[in-house]
Design a protein around this ligand. Structure first.
Ligand code: DGL
Length: 270
């Protein structure tokens, strides 16, 4: 059995780390499409083509269930994949819904009409493609009313993280938070809508101020996956071993991943 975790690069490791801790007996196969990162500046067709190619590789590796640990792919490609590409015995799930369920205080499967929730002013930080898709606002509108969302497209942050340039990443995060605050001076919640951003979570929190509640996806996705596998244990697939695959340079990606996860991680060529 194995569950696939996909991202355009290193960001999905934040999700991998949380799901591996929550489900220590489940083998996970991680796929980073590092040769083509970032996805956030690509158009929807391009993101769809790259994501389907990567997910097909995870199916070949024995995964029946794949988590798109990438908001850009979840926003720009997932619906199209689910409507016409995913084979009947396979499943591909995104990372948006668990986050929005937490934000709107809902349990899985609660399809009741949209209602008022505690948060009123939400700052969304995401890649240009995720912001352009408006997928977050769409999913939110199914569940909540009266929530004002201000989206900030955070150009450059993913590249800086992938390059390991923390100083640049921090400067960019601070300038994107400033830009957001000019549009929405007092958000009560902030959503880190890109799986790379938890690697900069302390900078986001510091720049936003401690009274802003920061929602980041890794733990929420881990809880939601644990719940899903309880209901659908057959989706654990036939794979037996955890592994890390990349379309990029395995030595370089392994060294960055080891630095991020603070444990030895060895990638092999996809
Ligand atoms: N980490 C991804 C996301 O959650 C992808 C970022 C990118 O490749 O631009 O959006």
């Amino acid at each position: 059995m194995a569950v696939g975790i996909f991202d355009s690069g290193l960001g999905g490791l934040t999700v991998l780390d949380a799901v591996a801790k929550r489900l220590p007996d489940v083998p996970f196969v991680y796929f980073g499409d590092n040769a083509h990162t970032p996805y956030g500046v690509r158009d929807a067709d391009d993101v769809y083509d790259l994501t389907t190619r990567s997910v097909a590789r995870l199916f070949d590796a024995g995964c029946d269930l794949v988590i798109l640990a990438c908001n850009t792919a979840s926003a720009a490609a997932l619906r199209r994949m689910q409507e016409g590409w995913v084979p009947p015995q396979k499943r591909v799930l995104g990372v948006f819904v668990p986050l929005i369920e937490a934000l709107t205080e809902r349990q899985w499967g609660d399809n009741s009409p949209p209602r008022e929730v505690a948060v009123r002013h939400v700052a969304l930080f995401a890649t240009p493609a995720t912001v352009a898709s408006r997928a977050f606002q769409r999913e939110l509108a199914f569940r909540a009313i009266g929530v004002d969302v201000e989206a900030q497209s955070c150009g450059g942050v993913v590249d800086a993280i992938e390059e390991g340039d923390e100083i640049l990443a921090e400067a960019l995060v601070r300038s994107h938070v400033d830009a957001l605050k000019r549009k929405m001076p007092h958000p009560d919640a902030a959503v880190l809508g890109c799986t790379h951003y938890p690697l900069m979570e302390t900078v986001f929190q510091d720049a936003l101020g401690e009274d802003v509640r920061v929602f980041s996806q890794a733990k929420l996705v881990a809880e939601s996956l644990a719940d899903y596998l309880e209901r659908r244990p057959e989706m654990k697939g036939s794979g037996k071993v955890s592994q890390f695959m990349t379309t990029g340079d395995p030595a370089r990606v392994s060294s960055k991943a080891t630095q991020f996860l603070r444990r030895k991680v060895e990638f092999s060529p996809a």
